[in-house]
Design a protein around this ligand. Structure first.
Ligand code: DAH
Length: 340
C-alpha cells in the first residue's frame, strides 16, 4: 500500500496537463468516485491496525496534494481562457455607441462657417428679453400685432415687460448699442412663439440673424451676400430671387427664395410647383433702428437678414415635420451620425 501511494504521488506530480480535457481526465483518474485514490481508501480497511495511522496520513496527504494540483491547474487554465479576460493586445477594440450631432446643430455650424469665411463674427443675446430689444428699438409700432399675447410668451407684463424673444433680431439692437461700425455679425439662437405645436409650427425654434453696418452699404451688397450664402449652402447652381415685403425694422424689405434643389426648379410638392423655396427675410436697416441703437444714420447704412434654421434643415435633409427636432427620437437622430 505504501508503495502504491508513493507511485501515485509521483504520477500525480508528473502528470502533464495542457488543457481542460487533460484536466478532466486527471480528475476522473485520480479524484473520481471510481478513481485511484478512492480505490486506495476502499482498500484502507485491509491495512493492519498498527499501520493504519501512518498510511492513513500518507493517503490523506496524497488526496490533498492531488486536489490542490487540480484546483491550481483549473484556475490557471481558466485565467488563460480568452473569454475569461486574458489580455489579447492584437484584438480590435470594442466599439461603444457614439452619439450624433443634432441636425439643427449641424446646420447652425454650417451657416456660421459660411459667414465666417466672409468676415462675420458670431454674437449672442439673452433668450429672455425686454420690450425695447425685442420690439421698440426695432421700430415696432405700439399696436403691432406681433406684440400680441397670442404670439409672445410674456414673463412679466406692465412697465418692466419681459418676454421670451420672438426673433433673434433683438441681438442686432444689442450689438449696435455696444459696437460702432463697421459691424459684420451673425446671431444664431433659439426663439419662442406662442403657437400650437404641429408639423409646421412650434412654440420654439431657431434663427440666425445677420447684420452688416458700414459706410455706403447698398442693397446690391445684400443681394450678393445672400447669393453667396445660398450657393455655399445649396450648391453653385443655386439661384435666389427677392420679393418685396414688409418688416418694421427694414426699409426696403424683401423675402428671399432659393431655387428648389429638390426638383431642380422643375416643380415638386415641396416648392408647391413654383420652383422656388422661401428661406429668409431681409432688408436695409431702417434709419429709425440705427438711431435707436446709437448709430448715426446719416453716416452709416446697412442690411439685416433673418432665417429659420429648421426651415433650412428641412430643405437640406428633407425633414418635413418640425416636431421631430425636439422629440429626441434616437431613430431620427441616428441618421445624422455621418453628417459632420
Ligand atoms: N425677425 C424676422 C422674423 O422673425 C426675420 C427677419 C426679417 C430678420 C428681416 C431680419 C430682417 O433681420 O431684415 O420673422
Amino acid at each position: 500500500m505504501k508503495e502504491l501511494i508513493e507511485q501515485l504521488k509521483t504520477q500525480v506530480e508528473n502528470a502533464e496537463i495542457k488543457n481542460t480535457t487533460d484536466l478532466e481526465q486527471f480528475r476522473i483518474k485520480y479524484l473520481g468516485s471510481k478513481g485511484e485514490i478512492k480505490n486506495l481508501f476502499n482498500d484502507f480497511k485491509n491495512v493492519p491496525n498498527d499501520q493504519k495511522k501512518e498510511i492513513g496520513q500518507q493517503l490523506n496527504q496524497l488526496r490533498m496534494a492531488t486536489e490542490d494540483k487540480f484546483t491550481l491547474l483549473k484556475e490557471q487554465l481558466e485565467s488563460s481562457d480568452e473569454s475569461a479576460g486574458s489580455l489579447d493586445f492584437s484584438r480590435s477594440g470594442e466599439s461603444f455607441p457614439l452619439g450624433s450631432h443634432h441636425p439643427i446643430s449641424l446646420v447652425r455650424a454650417e451657416i456660421i462657417e459660411i459667414f465666417s469665411r466672409i468676415g462675420y463674427t458670431v454674437s449672442e443675446g439673452p433668450e429672455i428679453e425686454d420690450d425695447w430689444h425685442n420690439f421698440s428699438a426695432l421700430n415696432f409700432p405700439p399696436e403691432h400685432p406681433a406684440r400680441d399675447m397670442q404670439d409672445t410668451f410674456f414673463i412679466e407684463k406692465g412697465e418692466n415687460e419681459m418676454a421670451l424673444r420672438t426673433h433673434t433680431s433683438s441681438v442686432q439692437v444689442r450689438v449696435m448699442e455696444n459696437q460702432q461700425p463697421p459691424i459684420r455679425t451673425i446671431s444664431p439662437g433659439r426663439v419662442y412663439r406662442n403657437e400650437a405645436i404641429s408639423a409646421r409650427a412650434h412654440c420654439f425654434f431657431h434663427q440666425v440673424e445677420g447684420l452688416y453696418i458700414d459706410k455706403n452699404v447698398s442693397f446690391a451688397d445684400l443681394k450678393q451676400t445672400l447669393l453667396y450664402f445660398a450657393q455655399e449652402l445649396f450648391g453653385e447652381k443655386a439661384q435666389i430671387r427677392l420679393r418685396p415685403s414688409y418688416f418694421p425694422f427694414t426699409e426696403p424689405s424683401a423675402e428671399v427664395d432659393v431655387s428648389c434643389s429638390i426638383c431642380n426648379s422643375a416643380g415638386c410638392n415641396v416648392c408647391k410647383y413654383t420652383g422656388w423655396l422661401e428661406i429668409l427675410g431681409c432688408g436695409m436697416v431702417d434709419p429709425n433702428v440705427l438711431e435707436a441703437s446709437g448709430i448715426d444714420s446719416t453716416v452709416y447704412s446697412g442690411f439685416a437678414f433673418g432665417m429659420g434654421i429648421e426651415r433650412i434643415t428641412q430643405l437640406k435633409y428633407k425633414v418635413n415635420d418640425l416636431r421631430l427636432y425636439s422629440e429626441n427620437d434616437i431613430r431620427f437622430l441616428n441618421q445624422f451620425k455621418s453628417a459632420l
